[in-house]
Structure formats: C-alpha cells, structure tokens
Design a protein around this ligand. Structure first.
Ligand code: HSE
Length: 302
C-alpha cells in the first residue's frame, strides 16, 4: 500500500498590481498524507469537506482522468484512481486570501503524479491545477515556489519565475473574518481604461524588480493597484487602519493578499517587522499576525 506525504506552501496572489497573474509562495505550510485505502477516508478537516467533493480528491481524480485520456490516445493502458485515506494538517487558513484552495489542488495533483510514477511535465501539472482553480496565480508559486508570473495562452498556462530576495519579511495580517473569493471577484470591474492598463503593467514590472533587488522605495510605489484593491478594500472593514498602522510603523509596501481578507506589509528590516506586528497585535488582538519569509522550493514530497 502506497503512503506519501506532500507539503505545500501558502501563496499570496496579485501582489498589488499583478491581478490574476503574479504570486508568491510563503513559508506557511499544509501537509497532506495520502494512503491507499478500501474506501475514501478524510481526516483533519471539517466534516463538510470529508466527501468526494473535497478539492484534494477532485484534483487527484482529475489527474488520473487526464492520464487515462492520454493513454487512450496513445493506445497504452489506463489506470484507475485508487481509493484514498487523506490526512490533512493545515496551517493555511481557509477563505483568507492565502491560497488554501491551491494547496488542495496542488496536493491532489502531485499525489497523482507520485502514485502514477511521474507521468506529467511541469506545464501539465500547472494546467491541471489551473483548470480547477480558474487562474494560475496561486497554483504556480504553490507548485514551483518563489515569485512567479503566469498567464493562459492557447489553453495552457505559461510561467516565469523571478528572484525574490530572501530577507523580505512579509508581515501577514489574517483577520478573524473571511472574504469569499467569489464575492471579491464580483466587485472588480470587467472593463478598464487604457491608462489603468499602462499603470498596471508598469507597476507590476517594477514590483518584480523591487522584490528582486530589495528596493523598498520602488516597492512602495510599485505595489499600488488600480484594478482590484480600490474595490476590495471596502470588503475588509479594517483595511484603512491596518494599512495606516503598517505604513506608520515603517512598512515599505502594503497590499491585499489574493482576494483578502489577509493583508501583507513588507519590510526587510527585522525590527520594523516586529514593530508592525506588535502595533497590529495591540490594535487587533483577535487577528493572527505572522512574519513570514518567501518559500523558494514550492510543493515537495516529504
Ligand atoms: N487572483 C485571484 C483574485 C486570487 O484576486 O481573485 C484569489 O484566488
């Protein structure tokens, strides 16, 4: 009976101006253990997720379906997905903008990759996860680690990885309330002005460079966004206060993580990071406030 453990990182999508295309893996993890079983057993998550609709199960099965479709076209043998016992130990909160759904899809697809003896290429792994996620910006850094930009073209995701200095401290402010991605996507405008397109491209490019070089001043300007944050900040009732406390405490940059409700303040200075955390802990004692680093390696079989 096969038994494997997969560790997947939390991810922060968008990074301000990179709506639906930029993402970064953070040093906060979920572990998923997969074991062949007589029937489906899921442990370590709320009762409502312990069934065939579980995203990890769907991702595992989707990868097998894709494998079998390919087998049919190549005339090779098909393989049925085994029933699984899945155990989850997750530090990544649900519906907070830290890529919890990507942790599930990536874990399920990677488990199939291991059970099937590595049949999929990296682009195929990303394609399978993206089909479940709808956009590749969490799945890409979750799979491959670090700072990524990705887009869909001709039905396939395409990916670029960038250097991100490892002394950046991501002060991650996790409120005690959710923002559902489906709701947060409804408030974003579908049509934009050319000037907003230019603003976004220029800021996203400079954001990537600032994360690579450690230029906090550039980062402070580059993190500004016109596509989603102006609308989504209204869904996070404490956004204005958290932003001003973070910037007043010395953060170089501030943005909403994914679709929220988590927000991230950035600095390379350890003392500034501690100051931001302590100021926010005082103001919001019920929030989780973590100082995270970038996760360079992405999802791993441990
Ligand atoms: N890019 C996505 C969004 C990330 O902002 O809606 C959340 O899944």
């Amino acid at each position: 009976m096969k038994k494997i453990k997969i560790r997947v990182p939390a991810t922060s999508a968008n990074l301000g101006p990179g709506y639906d295309c930029m993402g970064l893996a953070l040093g906060l993890y979920s572990d998923f253990t997969f074991e062949e079983s007589e029937s489906l057993i899921i442990e370590g998550c709320p009762e409502e997720f312990r069934n065939e609709d579980n995203l990890v199960v769907k991702a595992f099965k989707k990868a097998y379906e894709y494998y079998n479709e390919r087998a049919v076209s190549k005339g090779t043998s098909q393989i049925s997905a085994p029933a699984l016992k899945i155990m989850t130990e997750s530090a990544v909160p649900v519906a907070r903008g830290l890529g919890s759904s990507a942790t599930c899809t990536v874990a399920g697809v990677l488990a199939a990759q291991v059970f099937l003896d590595d049949p999929f290429t990296d682009p195929e792994l990303l394609m399978l996860c993206t089909e479940l996620e709808g956009h590749p910006d969490n799945a890409a850094p979750c799979l491959f680690g670090g700072l990524t930009a990705s887009f869909m073209e001709d039905g396939m995701p395409h990916l670029a990885s960038f250097d991100c200095r490892d002394d950046w401290k991501f002060v991650t402010v996790i409120p005690d309330y959710e923002v559902k991605t489906s709701e947060a996507r409804k408030v974003v405008k579908q049509d934009i002005k050319l000037s907003d397109g230019v603003y976004s491209v220029s800021h996203a490019l400079c954001m990537v460079k600032a994360l690579e070089t450690g230029d906090g001043s550039l980062l402070g300007y580059a993190c500004r966004d016109v596509l989603h944050e102006p609308y989504r900040r209204k869904l996070i009732k404490d956004y204005d206060k958290i932003r001003s406390v973070s910037l007043d405490s010395g953060a170089d940059a501030f943005f909403i993580s994914g679709s929220g409700s988590t927000m991230i303040a950035l600095t390379r200075n350890e003392e500034v990071a501690e100051n931001i955390r302590s100021a926010l802990c005082n103001a919001f004692p019920n929030f989780d406030i973590l100082i995270l680093g970038v996760c360079k390696e992405g999802a791993v079989v441990v």
